[in-house]
Design a protein around this ligand. Structure first.
Ligand code: SF4
Length: 352
């Protein structure tokens, strides 16, 4: 049965058949700390009979979320250390994050900003704070790209998005506006003509980075929503998080990346999971991640290869962490490994 509204409580999870009634108290305890939201589309994707369903694992709360390990931290990627004014994160010289809103259509159980998002989170930027954030961007000519994230900026109305784009349009040095969103997958009907038009502004190139982690999320409706964006001239990229029990399998990753490419969404980042509180059950080791990423090399086209990255805890930015295929062997020579594990010598410069 298709839900007609988002599920937001443990009681609703039980009523929808997504949670065993015996686990309701546990889910209520988790919900006191971290918000729950599951859209009707996502609820419809969950296989109720599968206790390890990879969609359920992403959105249905688990008591393991209340076990915090010593290395986990409330602000795992160090946003706050780089926030000169409310709503702005300026970590790299040529780009800023603009966090206009801290609500999402779904709440991912592994969210890296889980302490900031949700109804009890940092909320939506007040008009004065938005003015200050826009003024900050206007006053920094080195800012070439503005990345709208949060929260999920596509929960804002088309009118509010269009207003924001008009304000950015007037800042000549901003050339790229990028939206990070799960909406085309979890609430595809939201991506209508009005919303698509609102994301565009003359003189700016609009990107949408789509967050999805399992190929079952790439439904016909999600593909159609992405199609509406791409047909309108929006460039689309993917972002996925490598998650234990969800996509830590070469075949699943390959199908996910191929699905993106079929949708005209270029695989961009595969994130190693961040040290967000209560998410240890999702994390694999970097060595496991490297092996999975290596397995994609020969398995799928170069178009389907994302960059495997780690946000270095503490706010030091992203680092690509895939295992290297090249090793210096002295005298400016190198040993280069191919996708089947063969190793080949490459000669020093000037010797060929
Ligand atoms: S959509 Fe993004 S910001 Fe929102 S809960 Fe999921 S990971 Fe966090």
């Amino acid at each position: 049965m298709k839900q007609d509204r988002a599920i937001r409580t443990a009681k609703d999870l039980v009523a929808a058949g997504l949670l065993d009634a015996a686990r309701r108290d546990e889910a209520e305890a988790v919900a006191k700390q971290y918000a729950i939201a599951i859209t009707p589309t996502v609820a419809g994707l969950i296989e109720r009979d599968d206790p390890n369903d990879p969609i359920a694992r992403q959105f249905v709360p688990d008591i393991a979320e209340l076990s915090v390990t010593p290395e986990e931290r409330a602000d795992p990627i160090g946003d706050l250390a780089h926030s000169p004014v409310e709503g702005i994160v300026h970590r790299y010289p040529d780009r800023v994050l603009l966090k206009a809103v801290h609500v999402c259509p779904v709440y991912c159980r592994f969210c890296f900003r889980r302490e900031m998002v949700g109804p009890e989170g940092l909320g939506t930027l007040a008009p004065e704070a938005m003015d200050a954030a826009i003024s900050y961007i206007a006053a920094h000519p080195e800012i070439w790209e503005v990345i709208l994230t949060g929260g999920d900026p596509l929960v804002l109305s088309a009118r509010r998005l269009a207003e924001m784009m008009v304000r950015l349009k007037d800042i000549a040095h901003v050339k790229i506006v990028r939206f990070h969103s799960r909406v085309p997958v979890v609430e595809p009907e939201r991506v209508d003509d009005k919303l698509v038009a609102a994301l565009k502004a003359s003189g700016k190139t609009t990107y949408v980075a789509l967050h999805a982690n399992h190929p079952r999320e790439l439904t016909p409706a999600a593909r159609a929503a992405a199609g509406r964006l791409v047909d309108a001239g929006v460039v689309m990229l993917s972002q996925s998080v490598l998650l234990r029990g969800i996509n830590d399998d070469p075949a699943v990753l390959a199908e996910l990346m191929r699905g993106f490419v079929e949708m005209r969404v270029k695989p961009y980042y595969l994130h190693h999971p961040d040290l967000a509180p209560g998410t240890a059950h999702f994390r694999l080791s970097i060595a496991e991640g490297q092996a999975l990423v290596k397995s994609l090399r020969g398995r799928v086209s170069g178009l389907c290869q994302p960059t495997y990255v780690l946000d270095i805890p503490g706010g030091y930015g992203k680092a690509p962490i895939a295992a290297s295929n090249v090793e210096a062997t002295g005298d400016d020579s190198y040993a280069v490994s191919d996708w089947q594990g063969g190793v080949h010598q490459y000669p020093p410069a000037g010797s060929y």
